[in-house]
Design a protein around this ligand. Structure first.
Ligand code: MGD
Ligand code: MGD
Ligand code: MO
Length: 764
């Protein structure tokens, strides 16, 4: 055995300041600047002419699915192409000229690279061939695919139990890759399948399953156009789902109203200039938000209760504001909900949520008069201790209004990664599903494990304790995405082997087990050919529609393999022919994978055929108002608790958010244009009165600390930026602040880390 090298790795990298410039936040999103930024970015990264051809193929019926967010494509995409500035940046990242090749890895040790910022690491370029980091080394070196598969297989065979291995998925993988991966992991014998959903919309899945019988949203894009009211709560679409703004614009043009609930007045929700229309580029744009409720962080339940209390008072006063017929025929728990609302004192709720009473009245009157309501939400609701309660409270409001199961109304959890929903639909799940196991037995002839698997938090803890020894990642950047960076880093470093199937270098490739493998894969934009025939994969968007995605660019290296081929290669090396599944056949023929998916799951009949063109919707009981699988056959009202932050004088609640120039842990650039921030990420947004009252100064350099379960955590070097944020609240960017999120603090029932409400102190 080679001697184990103790590697000197930084979990944060360079924390020195760059060049902060502040401007007044703009009053609108997109417009000419977005178009200019798009072109500038593509030019810088990968050559604009090549990329314009690429952009033209994005989100079109014969093209590839944008690797950015999961927002659906309209039936008739814009002639200018269906893309946004941030989608274009995602493409530029993938089509970059830079290469992290064998020479690169020979030049830079993992120790050296770990000193870089996340942005520098990401800018190293695309991974070009399989690389291995051996126990006695600090430099990755090339390894053949065959040896790489053999190494993983051999280490998996050495485990005492399959539960000592962990198989993570990030949400960019296709349905085909995800299904095959889940199949391999179950055939191998474990349900340890954490995925990025655990940190993302898990709270939505739990809340919606309990109340409406399906863990996904109920609306389609057409519903958004037809809604009378859209509430956008805990979401920043201008940055994270820019194409949603076109849908909101259309809704407004049809007479809809928009209510925004957010601690920040996000530019994208104020006014929108559609960059895909000429008058959008030159004109004054569309004003989006009608009522802005500037709620304090994690006080959404208080606000929603207050809104419902006022509606209830109107209903009791004789105004018909609720859909009593729907409530009587389709729901259970209305009496209990009324009793719950009666228990709360208006003044207390008002004070907690921090929104002026007359502004709440504006929202109440809009809601009272209208019937078709959609609520859209994202991480501002899910990543709290009471994340599940937040969402169930939204469902309560929709049920009172009868706004489920009809056109122009319903739930819209806006998904993050472009195929995170599809991955879940085809089997990426740590929970045991009896029907799935039965179907696997029938279709593939093996017994899938019946023991519950571990989710993200559970896996980190198992690796930390030494109970899990092998970590495999299908995409993503686990160490930087998960809470408690230093704890998670230690957990991964305790492993014997860490394996990452990836397109680009990230910190997760530097903070590794004793042995580490990087297996480079094709990106969405690249041609996936087998026997010189181009293959396509399929994905599911945020609204449950499955459609194909096919890249057309030449792969950046001849040594890349597709994700399904890599998974098939791993499985084949592990089973060595001793399996009831023909792994290589599946890895070669995606049509065959789709056929198997349609045999295992409902709703995928004629899969390959129907995925062409604009694709097909999966069955959705909430969309059609069918609650027959719920207790009593009824949608469920629920009783939810207020958040429980008791802050000391010197404490704040911090939310960790995305800047305009990042995709999760991938940092495109240092600007957050819609918030008026340029050239720096190490900043903390603070209310000007807090700055004054506590005696701080604008741009003062401070550390942030959190203290949970007897442990002090510290994120160093942040500049205070005065900003329009509620008093007592702070905001800063992730992943820099992930070090503050304790591993043991997560949402009840969904285990989603509390990335949006961390109690912190300022250290000067
Ligand atoms: N360009 C780009 N696109 C992305 C991503 C990206 O990083 N970059 N990430 C993708 C992924 S995986 C996801 S999950 C989504 C994330 O999309 P978002 O959820 O929009 O992203 P966040 O930056 O986390 O923003 C959360 C929003 O919630 C607000 N918020 C925070 N706390 C609270 C609260 O307590 N109550 C309320 N009402 N609001 C609150 C914040 O002010 C912010 O506006 O975007 C996806 N799309
Ligand atoms: N504090 C805090 N933490 C958070 C959040 C937060 O708001 N605050 N948000 C959470 C959320 S919502 C999420 S979804 C997670 C995200 O967690 P992850 O999904 O794990 O992280 P990403 O940064 O999206 O992963 C980026 C990496 O994926 C790889 N990649 C990109 N495209 C492909 C591809 O096509 N195939 C493969 N195999 N690899 C690819 C690249 O190597 C890239 O470096 O982070 C979570 N963490
Ligand atoms: Mo996410």
């Amino acid at each position: 055995m080679p001697e184990l090298k103790k590697r000197n790795i930084s979990t944060v990298g360079d924390t020195s300041f760059t060049k902060l410039k502040l401007t007044k936040p703009p009053e609108y999103a997109a417009g000419l600047t977005a178009l200019q930024t798009t072109v500038a970015h593509l030019n810088k990264e990968s050559g604009v002419f090549k990329s314009l051809a690429t952009l033209g193929k994005m989100n079109q019926k014969d093209g590839f699915d944008c690797p950015g967010c999961a927002w659906p494509d309209p039936e008739e995409p814009s002639k200018l192409g269906e893309y946004c500035e941030n989608g274009a940046k995602a493409i530029a990242e993938e089509t970059t000229f830079e290469r992290a090749n064998a020479d690169f890895f020979a030049t830079y040790s993992v120790e050296k690279m770990s000193q870089w910022t996340d942005m520098q690491i990401g800018k190293s370029g695309r991974l070009t061939e399989p690389m291995v980091l051996r126990p006695d080394s600090v430099n990755y070196e090339p390894i053949s695919w065959e040896d790489a598969f053999g190494l993983v297989a051999q280490q998996l065979h050495q485990l005492d139990s399959p539960d000592q291995a962990i198989f993570y998925t990030s949400g960019r993988s296709s349905n085909e890759a995800a299904f095959l991966y889940g199949l391999f992991v179950r055939a191998f014998g474990t349900n340890n399948m954490p995925d990025c959903s655990n940190m993302c919309h898990e709270s939505s899945g739990v809340a919606l399953t309990e109340t409406l019988g399906i863990g996904k949203g109920s609306v389609t894009l057409d519903d958004l156009y037809e809604a009378e009211v859209v509430m956008v709560i805990g979401q920043n679409p201008g940055t994270n789902h820019p194409r949603m703004l076109s849908a909101l614009e259309k809704c407004k043009k049809n007479g809809g109203k928009i209510i925004t609930v957010n601690p920040l007045e996000e530019a994208g929700l104020v006014r929108f200039k559609n960059p895909q229309k000429i008058n959008g580029i030159l004109g004054s744009g569309t004003s989006l938000t009608d009522v802005f409720l500037q709620v304090k962080i994690n006080e959404d339940v208080a606000l929603l209760k207050l809104i419902m209390k006022r509606l209830l008072a109107m209903e009791r006063g004789g105004s018909k504001v609720f859909d009593t017929e729907f409530i009587a025929s389709k729901t259970a728990g209305y009496q209990e909900l009324q009793a719950d609302l009666d228990r709360y004192d208006e003044m207390e709720l008002l004070e907690r949520c921090g929104v002026p009473s007359d502004i709440i009245d504006l929202a109440v009157s809009i809601l009272a008069e209208r019937k078709r309501i959609i609520i859209c939400w994202a991480m501002g609701l899910t990543q709290h201790k009471n994340g599940v309660d937040n969402i169930r409270e939204c469902v309560n409001l929709l049920l009172l209004k009868g706004s489920i199961g009809k056109r122009g109304a319903g739930t819209c959890p806006v998904r993050g990664h472009s195929n995170v929903q599809g991955d879940r639909s085809v089997g990426i799940m740590h929970h045991v599903s009896k029907p799935l196991n039965q179907a696997l037995k029938k279709v593939f002839g093996f017994d899938a494990p019946e023991k519950e698997g571990l989710d993200t938090v559970g896996c980190v803890k198992a690796m930390y304790r030494g109970d899990a020894k092998i970590f495999v990642a299908l995409g993503g950047n686990f160490v930087s995405a998960v809470s408690d960076t230093n704890y998670t880093a230690q957990a991964l470093q305790n492993c014997d082997l860490t394996v990452s199937i990836a397109t680009k270098l990230n910190r997760g490739h530097l903070i590794t087990g004793k042995t580490a493998l990087i297996l480079p894969t094709l990106g969405r934009t690249e041609r996936d050919a087998y026997n010189s025939k181009t293959r396509f994969v399929t994905v599911e968007n945020s609204m449950g529609k499955v459609h194909q995605s096919q890249g057309g660019r030449n792969p950046i290296s001849e040594y890349l393999k597709s994700e399904p081929s890599i998974v098939a290669g791993l499985a084949n090396a592990y089973f060595k022919g001793n399996s009831s599944v023909d792994w290589l056949a599946l890895g070669a023929d995606y049509g065959l994978i789709r056929e198997k998916i349609s045999q295992v799951y409902e709703g995928y009949e004629d899969y390959t055929k129907r995925s062409k063109g604009s694709g097909f919707y999966l069955p959705n009981n909430a969309r059609v108002g069918d609650f027959s699988k719920l207790p009593g056959g009824k949608a469920q009202f629920s009783i939810n608790q207020l958040a429980s932050h008791r802050l000391a004088e010197d404490e704040f609640v911090l939310m960790t958010i995305r800047s305009h120039d990042q995709f999760n842990t991938t940092i495109y650039d240092l600007n957050d244009r819609y918030r008026g921030i340029y050239g720096e990420r190490r900043i903390v947004f603070m209310n000007p009165n807090d700055i004054k009252d506590k005696g701080y100064e604008k741009l003062q350099v401070v550390n942030l600390t959190s203290y949970y379960q007897g442990k002090l955590r510290r994120a160093v070097q942040f500049k205070i930026v005065p900003y329009n944020i509620p008093k007592g609240n702070l905001a800063a960017y992730f992943p820099e602040t992930n070090v503050l999120v304790p591993i043991d603090e997560f949402a009840t029932k969904s285990n989603t880390p509390i990335s949006k409400s961390i109690v912190v102190k300022i250290e000067v």
